[in-house]
Design a protein around this ligand. Sequence first.
Ligand SMILES: Nc1ncnc2c1ncn2[C@@H]1O[C@H](COP(=O)(O)OP(=O)(O)OP(=O)(O)O)[C@@H](O)[C@H]1O
Ligand SMILES: [Mg+2]
Length: 262
Amino acid sequence: MPLAGDRADEGPAPLVFACHYLHYAYLDRFPALAGVSLEVAAGERLALLGANGCGKSTLLKVLDGLVFPTSGTVQAFGDPLTEQSLEDERTSAAFRSRVGFVFQNADTQVFSPTVREEVAFGCLQLGLSRDHTQARTDDVLDLLEIADLADRTPFQLSGGQKKKVAIASVLVMNPQVLLFDEPTAALDPRSSAWLRDLMATLAGAGKTLVLATHDLEHLADLADRAVVLGEDHTVLADATPEAVLGERDLLLEANLVAGPVG
Ligand SMILES: Nc1ncnc2c1ncn2[C@@H]1O[C@H](COP(=O)(O)OP(=O)(O)OP(=O)(O)O)[C@@H](O)[C@H]1O
Ligand SMILES: [Mg+2]
């Protein structure tokens, strides 16, 4: 697997995603994206920032081919990402093997009778053998320190434990691109620090990471680029974490820091 740094003299990294002027409203009534354009290059770590309801989760769902914009275009790996393109089984399987998504709400992601089956599910879907799947599953359960939960029922776990199961069920497939929706939100400090380290390791191994987060404190560790969505569902800024954090007016406008009360 090429390391991110190996690309230094090879020119710009290829684009993983290219979104052009996306619009989306739920039920045609609740706007979530209002003219969002952005590109994500291979090997980048991009943070999506913005107030509650500004459209971060919706944008991640668009990148994962779960929601399709009403207007605007999305390309993934150089090809159009549309409802029609994903109807083709091979295209869909290839896309799903390359892109993994950890949902904001782990409850909507876990559904199997046991944690072990939950984590194994994606590998079996990808067509891996039972032995290979079992080996990968055991590795990932160990990596996430949840081997002791292997025989438990996912929906009976605590919020943070469920989140770890959801993360495991995505990592086990070893996708090139990882979409994380507020990955550390439900985690205790040790697990959260551990996950930040893991994300850095994944980025170091050349993976592309896009994450929605409210964690400004660790932003500079988590990402090398930050896109700020405004409450009007447009892109307010696209810059380095340091540049974004230095813009007090922008942070106030985007409701990323609290202004004076009253
Ligand atoms: N299933 C849905 N049905 C109707 N409206 C929705 C649905 N999901 C999201 N919305 C609306 O779309 C807008 C964008 O929501 P989204 O979940 O993308 O925001 P977000 O930036 O992820 O917020 P948060 O920080 O709270 O997770 C919001 O106004 C929200 O109410
Ligand atoms: Mg969200």
